[in-house]
Design a protein around this ligand. Sequence first.
Ligand SMILES: O=C(O)CCC(=O)C(=O)O
Ligand SMILES: [Fe+2]
Length: 347
Amino acid sequence: MANTAEMFSQHCFGSETKAIPHSHSLVDSINLSVSPTDHSDDQVPTVDYSLLFSDDQNERAKSLEHLGKACQDFGFFYLINGVEESVVEAALKGVSDFFELTNQEERSEYLKKNSRDRIRWGLRSHAGENREYLKIVAHPEYHCPAKPASFRDAIGEYFKGMHKVELGLAKAISRIMGHEETYIEKEFKLEAGFDVSAMNLYSPSFQSKGSIGVPDHTDPGFFVSLIQDVNGGLQVLSHKGNWVTVSIPRNAIFINLGDHLEILSNGKYKSHIHQVVLDDNRVKRISVATLHGPSLDTFVAPAPGFVDESRPPAYGGMTYKQSLELNGSDEIDVQSSLSQLRIPLPV
Ligand SMILES: O=C(O)CCC(=O)C(=O)O
Ligand SMILES: [Fe+2]
């Protein structure tokens, strides 16, 4: 059985941004004490994946324009008609089975062993974070605990579907960036893209030491896809500085752009701060947050098309692996280093 200190010493997914970096253009002049509530002008846009590839040129152009607005004016959206609803439902059931059909001692087999871990389990229960999680590397190779079998197969199907959607979104977002369809796929070397999935359990039976499930942070990578079995808990900070509750429609997946798209686009497409609050933690909640990243050896820096005299590079460049390790974390922690990569504006 794992010792408690070890159990509680795992990193969270993404980086904490307790003190919001001064240079964060999104939150400059934002009062973070704003109450966590929905604002009608911050309604999360919905993007229909199938229309992005419609045979009807007009329809396709319109939906690409809508996606462009969702990426630029929001940085997050609900995606419908991406992965089949039954596949999403089965994945969530599989994760629930994993937490229910194994005991904590079995799960602690996946406690941190070394920085090459491809499966990692953690239990965090302190003032700043309250959750149990299982992280697995989903791509380029798929790693997963063998038991229960229902879990391994169901989540594997979901990742297969999500990987196709990732390649499709890479095409569509390349287009809205003004590039040819294969641009992002090549820039991020997505055939070897490094995807890590965090399966999170927020249980009401936890001796919750605070109301925070996961502290405010951004996530590295191209984008994060998220599904959850019950709504409530996840909040994302909008461009306007409001905490918006993520209530995912039944047939949808929540997409939040990641740090490395922000870097590549020199800040045009923002990676949004989000957090999980447990104020209403009366029922168990499960989420699957998958970070779809470039390959580990991809060097990511602001792309020439987004840099000119009036827009100097706002971020330093480095490989994806280096950026994941910048804070002393390892690959499977997938911690953000966006605040360190930002180049302070000249005064
Ligand atoms: O559980 C959630 O809703 C979000 C978790 C999250 O942000 C993460 O794992 O990076
Ligand atoms: Fe996150």
